[in-house]
Design a protein around this ligand. Structure first.
Ligand SMILES: *[C@@H]1O[C@H](CO)[C@@H](O)[C@H](O)[C@H]1NC(C)=O
Ligand SMILES: *[C@@H]1O[C@H](CO)[C@@H](O)[C@H](O)[C@H]1NC(C)=O
Ligand SMILES: *[C@@H]1O[C@H](CO)[C@@H](O)[C@H](O)[C@H]1NC(C)=O
Ligand SMILES: *[C@@H]1O[C@H](CO)[C@@H](O)[C@H](O)[C@H]1NC(C)=O
Ligand SMILES: *[C@@H]1O[C@H](CO)[C@@H](O)[C@H](O)[C@H]1NC(C)=O
Ligand SMILES: *[C@@H]1O[C@H](CO)[C@@H](O)[C@H](O)[C@H]1NC(C)=O
Length: 440
């Protein structure tokens, strides 16, 4: 399969999307309010509660192609992390991290300023565009001068050693920068009060972004839920014990919100778990042990090497919240696709961008089961298929990760396949739990 081509016209739409109105919604939609305790609402970026929903509505095809293109950049980013090598970004480096898919409300500073930050379980750091930022797309940045609790961290602090490319400013504070291809992000390492749902966190370390070149960061920031240093997990260890879960709402029903539940309390008790695996070269990613895939009742003949964790190449399977459609390496994807097509009854297939298994007639689909070590997860049709609004096209919503020009060795269980499931990340016990749940 050839990877989806880039669509220059859509690059414009993306720019438009990122710079669209950022005012907080003023109407009191029932799904937009706060939840009690240690639970944050999770909004899809195009939900009525999100200020980032596109001001011009894309056609169904355009929005699918846009999501595929964002995924391509995301997969390239994840691959560059695991392979520890610099890859020249495809889309001229615009999505240095991710295009936000799901956002949560975080209160920052004293008095607090509300930021709608993208959640990303494959990144560690929290980043917020700060006032005066050159190149940030957003008009609603964090105004550090209005917060009495804001401070820059010194360059001798242990946190500064964990920042990417740390440097010492003349004033002795810690600055950092990240370059990715021709794109870069630079900022100060800072601390301020965060409030996550009802929980105050007096001094949270984050990157206060001062400058971006050729890169887009989520408009109001990024909240990293990875496992590495400087992540939410490591900074709130005593409060949340490195445990959280999320339920991601479907992007087909924009009025629904999901939840991000922090800490071990109120997590589901009877739930299936699979062990977490660790790649020492990229400790923040949530690798799991995918053993096989079943289509209908047939376990597919896929070589174990397609799934095996290889710390050197970064091969293996991760669970990621920032990729939309699941990606599988060639032998795995082709086996799934062929079995799916056969079960559907060998009908004529068409393609839509990177999706190569689309039908323009109604189909009856088999269940697809991911067989992890200790846990089988059956993906219902809602998580497997996308349907055009007019109902004329249905596609298998997965793609190959190893095609040109990416040549990624990574399998990514992505957000569409996680929607309406409670995903529990239990780091102290080194396991991930999955249970069906309707996110509301
Ligand atoms: C990025 O950091 C390196 C040192 O780690 C420094 O030499 C370079 O000037 C920095 N670039 C920017 C744009 O701040
Ligand atoms: C970032 O650090 C530089 C150098 O110390 C300083 O001039 C600038 O005001 C800082 N910005 C913020 C938002 O703290
Ligand atoms: C979502 O909510 C809006 C406003 O409350 C309403 O007009 C619309 O019909 C709802 N859409 C769906 C799919 O329920
Ligand atoms: C689909 O085609 C394959 C290979 O040509 C064949 O083995 C299989 O029986 C066909 N299945 C159906 C349902 O027609
Ligand atoms: C898919 O699985 C569900 C329950 O796991 C079952 O009820 C349903 O019959 C299955 N569908 C097919 C086509 O096998
Ligand atoms: C997963 O399903 C297979 C049958 O396809 C079964 O043999 C295996 O025991 C199941 N694994 C778990 C953990 O339930």
């Amino acid at each position: 399969m050839k990877a989806p081509p880039l669509f220059p016209a859509l690059a414009f739409l993306l720019l438009h999307f990122l710079s669209s109105s950022l005012a907080l919604p003023t109407h009191g939609h029932p799904q937009c309010g706060d939840l009690p305790g240690s639970t944050l609402r999770v909004f899809h970026v195009s939900s009525p509660c999100s200020p980032f929903k596109p001001s011009t509505s894309l056609s169904w095809e355009e929005s699918i192609l846009k999501m595929q293109r964002d995924d391509q950049a995301r997969l390239q980013f994840l691959s560059s992390l695991v392979a520890g090598r610099s890859v020249v970004p495809l889309a001229s480096g615009r999505q240095i991290i991710q295009t936000p898919t799901y956002i949560v409300k975080v209160k920052v500073g004293t008095p607090s300023q509300t930021m709608l930050m993208a959640v990303d379980n494959s990144n560690d750091a929290a980043w917020i565009p700060c006032s005066g930022c050159v190149g940030c797309s957003s008009s609603s940045v964090f105004t550090d001068s209005k917060s009495t609790s804001y401070k820059n961290l010194g360059c001798k602090t242990p946190q500064c050693q964990q920042a990417p490319n740390p440097t010492c400013s003349t004033a002795g504070s810690c600055a950092f920068n990240i370059t990715y291809g021709s794109a870069s992000i630079a900022g100060n390492l800072s601390q301020d009060a965060f409030a996550l749902a009802a929980d105050p966190i007096p001094s949270y370390t984050f990157g206060c972004i001062q400058k971006t070149t050729g890169a887009s960061i989520p408009p109001q920031g990024l909240l990293g839920l990875g496992r590495g240093p400087l992540s939410l997990l490591s900074q709130t260890q005593s409060l949340y014990q490195s445990t959280f879960s999320y339920c991601l709402p479907s992007f087909k029903s924009p009025n629904f919100s999901g939840s991000l539940r922090l800490g071990p309390i109120a997590q589901p008790i009877r739930i299936k778990y699979t062990p977490l695996l660790k790649n020492p070269r990229r400790s923040s990613l949530y690798y799991v042990n995918l053993l096989a895939i079943r289509v209908g009742r047939r376990v597919l003949d896929i070589p174990p090497s397609a799934f095996a964790l290889d710390p050197v190449t970064g091969a293996g399977t991760t669970i990621d919240s920032g990729t939309v459609f699941t990606r599988l390496v060639k032998p795995a994807y082709q086996a799934v696709r062929d079995a799916f097509r056969e079960r559907v009854g060998n009908l004529t297939v068409t393609s839509l961008g990177g999706f190569d298994t689309c039908y323009s007639v109604p189909i009856v689909v088999p269940n697809v089961t991911f067989m992890f070590s200790g846990m089988n997860v059956t993906i219902p049709p809602d998580n497997l298929l996308i349907h055009s609004t007019a109902g004329s096209l249905t596609c298998l919503a997965m793609a190959e990760s190893s095609g040109d020009p990416l040549n990624s060795v990574l399998n990514v269980i992505a957000s569409m396949q996680q929607q309406n499931h409670r995903m529990v990340f239990d780091v102290p016990n080194s396991r991930v739990g999955v249970a069906r749940e309707t996110c509301t």
